[in-house]
Design a protein around this ligand. Structure first.
Ligand code: FNR
Length: 183
C-alpha cells in the first residue's frame, strides 16, 4: 500500500542538508510512501495579478499538490523563519483565494540545520502558515535535526543509529497520520 507525498525542500543549495534529509526519509519510507519532489527554484514570484490569469508554472504546481495524498516540508531555517523561496512556493500554490491546492491535505514538517535549535523557529512559523491553509499538520513527533557531517551517506542512509531510529519513528508517525486523516 502506498501513499503519494508531494515533497517541498526549502533549500536550493546543491549539497543541501535538507535535501539529504528528504532523501533519507524517502529511503526509510520507500515501502509505504511514494515521494514526488516539487521543484520550487524556477517558480515565478507570486504576484496577485496572477489571479486573473494564473501562470502555467503555478497551475502545474497546484496540480502536483492535488495529485498527492499528503505534503512533506523539509526546510532549513533562514533568519529564524522559513526561506523566502519556500514561502513563495506556498503562496503560489495557495491562490487565488478559495482555490488553494493545500486545503484539507495532511502534512508533516521537518528540518535540519548545523545549529543546535535545528530549525525549531522556522518550523513553528511554517506550522502557523499551514494551519491557516487548513492543512492537518502532524503534531508529533516533532523533528528538529542538528546536522553533522556524514550523518547521511551518498545513498541516503542514516549513519547514526539513534538518528535513524528517530527518523523511522517520524516516518511511522507520518504514515499513520496520513491514514487517519484520509479515513
Ligand atoms: C542561515 N542559517 C541559519 N541556521 C539556523 O539554525 N537558524 C537561522 O536562523 C539561520 N539563518 C540563516 C540565514 C541565511 C540567509 C542562511 C544562508 C543560512 C544556516 C543554515 O542552517 C545553513 O546554511 C544550512 O546549511 C541551510 O540548510 P541547507 O541548505 O543545508 O539545507
Amino acid at each position: 500500500d502506498t501513499r503519494k507525498v508531494a515533497v517541498f525542500v526549502g533549500s536550493l543549495r546543491k549539497d543541501s542538508f535538507n535535501r539529504q534529509l528528504a532523501r533519507a526519509l524517502e529511503r526509510l519510507g520507500e515501502d509505504r510512501l511514494e515521494f514526488d519532489h516539487v521543484e520550487i527554484g524556477g517558480l515565478p514570484f507570486y504576484d496577485q495579478d496572477f489571479d486573473e490569469d494564473y501562470p502555467a508554472e503555478g497551475v502545474a504546481l497546484k496540480q502536483q499538490v492535488r495529485a498527492a495524498d499528503a505534503v512533506l516540508f523539509v526546510t532549513p531555517e533562514y533568519n529564524r523563519s522559513v526561506p523566502g523561496v519556500l514561502k513563495n512556493a506556498i503562496d503560489l500554490a495557495s491562490r487565488p483565494y478559495g482555490d488553494s491546492a493545500f486545503a484539507g491535505l495532511p502534512a508533516a514538517v521537518i528540518g535540519a540545520s548545523p545549529g543546535a535549535i535545528g530549525t525549531a523557529m522556522a518550523q513553528q512559523h511554517l506550522r502557523n502558515i499551514l494551519s491557516y491553509l487548513d492543512m492537518a499538520v502532524l503534531p508529533q513527533p516533532e523533528a528538529y535535526l542538528q546536522f553533522k557531517d556524514g550523518l547521511i551517506d551518498d545513498e541516503g542512509r542514516v549513519t547514526n543509529q539513534d538518528t535513524r531510529e528517530f527518523l523511522e519513528d517520524f516516518v511511522d508517525g507520518f504514515v499513520e497520520w496520513i491514514d487517519r486523516q484520509r479515513g
